[in-house]
Design a protein around this ligand. Structure first.
Ligand code: NAD
Length: 348
């Protein structure tokens, strides 16, 4: 056995009602003027966060949008400087956290992330930015949240359809961490447990969206998925999600439900350790179990359903393999073209 286990510097605060502790966490970091960022739809939650911060709040910026457009990121940095902020709280999904990361990456401020979806960005030092339809991502320790506050109560309002696509986004992190070349004993354990927890909790959330136990279990799975995402190199699945999402302006999370079963079917024969871990965690054939689950939950299964136009598939397939992704089965552009072109609803 040979591995390098990375440090896990983010403090994680998990539990129902713990959103109220965000002010204590900010105080612990020594911040006095904190800018709160969120998406327009979560503005009320941003105001609630400001309420928990009390006189440490410098204002709420509810302007985050998906994929971190460059001009929104730059405006966020400028606003944080104008406000003379010494800390940032990002509350919401990956879009809000993406804007928070853009701000702290430029300014060096500490970031507290309060996720309300399952997409996992809060656990990672990975930043993203989109210019002219091309999304660039990278790793930068300044972008990693110092504190992550997971409160399942904040997720009960997440509509079932978004919960499903977002949870499958998390599952994709766990699956790719399992076949990553830099996986460790710890990432393999947490990713298998993440997959088990997500596949167990997701149908319960779909049938009872307000069930606090189901929401807590799903958020727990998402945390573990984000932790694996942070510690390993993602492969073809994430490459495709970013290339197609950025290039065609698709909803990031829905892209995962379309791609994941197909990428698993393509990859698992070349990734036996991941295949066995997933079979054990899910109790059977992982591709069949996931496909059945997605069909039952009514998740998007074709790129056309997400509004994708196949005119650009050749260009995007080329982009997806340039440079080749780190993956157990390195694809050619033709293989990727065939994989994305062949995405049709599955028959079961
Ligand atoms: P999102 O943040 O775009 O949220 C989706 C929608 O749900 C938004 O309209 C939002 O306002 C709403 N919403 C969020 N929480 C809600 C709640 N609790 N109740 C009701 N509505 C709610 O979606 P996302 O999938 O979380 O994030 C997508 C973005 O995150 C993409 O840009 C993606 O690239 C990025 N991402 C980054 C990383 C990383 O490590 N850097 C990881 C995963 C995702």
């Amino acid at each position: 056995m040979r591995f390098t286990e990375l440090p896990r510097p983010s403090q994680v605060v998990f539990g129902a009602g713990r959103f109220a502790e965000v002010g204590d966490e900010v105080a612990r970091l020594g911040c006095r003027r904190v800018v709160v960022v969120t998406t327009p739809g979560r503005k009320a939650l941003g105001e609630e966060a400001a309420g928990h911060l009390g006189d440490r709040s410098a204002g709420v910026l509810a302007e985050a949008v998906e994929h971190v457009p460059g001009e929104i990121a730059d405006a966020g940095v400028a606003r944080a400087r104008e406000l003379d902020a010494d800390g940032c709280v990002a509350v919401g999904g990956g879009s809000a956290i993406g804007l928070g990361k853009a701000i702290v990456r430029d300014t060096g401020l500490p970031l507290v992330a309060v996720p309300t979806t399952y997409s996992g960005s809060e656990m990672t030092p990975v930043w993203g930015r989109t210019e002219d339809g091309v999304k660039t991502t990278g790793r930068d320790e300044r972008a990693r949240p110092a504190v992550v506050v997971y409160d399942p109560e904040l997720t009960t309002s997440l509509p079932v359809a978004v919960s499903v696509t977002s949870a499958v986004n998390a599952l994709a992190h766990a699956v790719e961490a399992l076949w990553a070349p830099d996986g460790t004993p710890v990432t393999r354990l947490e990713s298998a447990e993440s997959a088990r927890a997500i596949v167990d909790a997701l149908p319960r959330v779909a049938s009872s969206p307000a069930d606090p136990d189901a929401r807590g279990d799903l958020l727990y799975g998402a945390w573990l998925a984000g932790s694996g995402l942070a510690a390993t190199t993602m492969g073809l699945h994430h490459r495709l999600a970013h290339v197609l999402g950025g290039g065609l302006d698709l909803p990031h999370a829905g892209t995962h439900t379309v791609l994941l079963p197909a990428v698993m079917a393509y990859t698992l024969p070349a990734a036996p350790v991941a295949a066995v871990a997933l079979e054990n965690a899910l109790g059977g054939d992982p591709v069949a179990i996931l496909s059945d689950l997605l069909a039952r939950l009514g998740a998007p299964t074709t790129l056309a359903e997400l509004g994708a136009d196949d005119a650009q598939f050749d260009v995007l397939a080329e982009r997806a393999v340039t440079p080749p992704p780190t993956h157990p089965r390195v694809p050619t552009a033709a293989e990727v073209r065939s994989l994305i072109g062949g995405l049709r609803p599955r028959e079961h």
